[in-house]
Design a protein around this ligand. Structure first.
Ligand code: 2NL
Length: 344
């Protein structure tokens, strides 16, 4: 029996050596050490042995089992280690490979122009106010001295949502709303940037939706010279110290008197070119002293308070600053256009 056990041991050792993976190793373990294996079988016959032989065979059986067990475990460990090593190799990252480029977005040119202009006015003590794009007839027209059937309502063809609701045609309603909130107590010193809408055919200089910045300063003793001083500081800060300004009489229903602001043409230096249409001056915004009716409807006493207001088109400012020839570039999202403003 001892010889038989030794035979089984040697046989199993060869099979362990031949096993190529964890699975076949498992098979060997079951075949030789399992309950139905030949070693168990031999040990079942031990009852028939003499008292002298039994402990000897028992000891041999234990030795064989332990030896096999140890070999199988060692080989299992080797397989496990090889598996981990292979996995590490497969999943390793070559840190010397060049990285994939990450394309960064950028501020839209209109956003950066709005922010630049906001900064100039914030520096002069103005606050930024915003409001709804869908407005009531009252805030968009009535409160700005444009009663129903006023001919100037035609100046700004309107998108109506219902008989009383419309897409705001300017950001002035934000200003009349802000005046109301102040309940007749000045100063009101705000600029209102935002989207506005007009029923226009889109072309190189018109867009049915564009951006506007309006400004309003209401306080005691505000005069036309305050308006001119603010404009002078604004133009020199935004366009450059070498720019001159001039005011030209104009008409708006919400201001009296009204004035158009021109800046000297930087392209020709005043001698006349295509951009300034030969005049040496470029029109940049409309403005005026707030009409007494508008002050009154906003809750301010026109006997005590006065103010000035202005409105400008943001696209026009961006086009002048960057030499852009078509307003549609701002709204077609062509990355070849937008990528040029990465550093603005
Ligand atoms: C333009 C230029 C302008 C205003 C806007 C305004 C606002 C209030 C009171 C008085 Cl609350 N005026 N805004 C004033 C003058 C010009 O915009 O070309 N508009 C059609």
């Amino acid at each position: 029996m001892i010889e038989r056990l030794q035979e089984l041991h040697d046989e199993a050792m060869i099979k362990v050596a031949e096993a190529e993976d964890l699975n076949s190793l498992q098979q060997v373990r079951i075949a030789y050490l399992g309950k139905k294996g030949p070693i168990t079988e031999v040990m079942k016959g031990m009852g028939k042995l003499s008292n002298e032989e039994r402990p000897l065979v028992g000891a041999k059986a234990n030795e064989v089992r332990q030896s096999l067990q140890r070999m199988i475990e060692e080989k299992e460990k080797a397989f496990e280690e090889a598996k981990v090593l292979k996995q590490l190799e497969e999943e390793s990252i070559d840190v010397t490979l060049p990285g994939r480029p990450v394309t960064k977005g950028s501020r839209h040119p209109l956003t950066s122009v709005v922010e630049t202009i906001e900064d100039v006015f914030i520096g002069m003590g103005f606050q930024v106010a915003e409001g709804p794009e869908v407005e009531t007839d009252y805030y968009n027209f009535e409160s700005l001295n444009l009663p129903k059937h006023h001919p100037a309502r035609d100046m700004q063809d309107t998108f109506f949502v219902s008989s009383d609701l419309l897409m705001r045609t300017q950001t002035s309603p934000v200003q009349t709303r802000t005046m109301e909130k102040h309940q007749g107590k000045g100063p009101v010193k705000i600029i209102c940037p935002g989207k506005v809408y007009r029923r226009d055919e889109d072309d190189a200089t018109h867009s049915h939706q564009f951006m506007q910045i309006e400004g309003l300063l209401v306080d005691e003793g505000i005069r036309m010279s305050d308006l001119k001083g603010i404009f002078e500081a604004f133009v020199k800060s935004y366009f450059g110290e070498d720019r001159e300004i001039r005011l030209r009489p104009s008409y708006f229903p919400f201001t009296e008197p009204s004035a158009e602001l021109d800046i000297s043409c930087a392209i020709c230096g005043g001698s006349g070119c295509r951009t300034c249409k030969g005049t040496g001056w470029i029109e940049v915004l409309g403005s005026g002293m707030v009409h007494p009716n508008v002050l009154r409807m906003g809750g301010f006493d026109p006997e005590k308070y006065s103010g000035f207001a202005f409105g400008m088109g943001v696209e026009r400012f961006a086009m002048l600053k960057y030499g852009i020839d078509d307003i549609r570039h701002f709204y077609t999202n062509d990355t070849r256009f937008l990528d040029q403003f990465k550093h603005e």
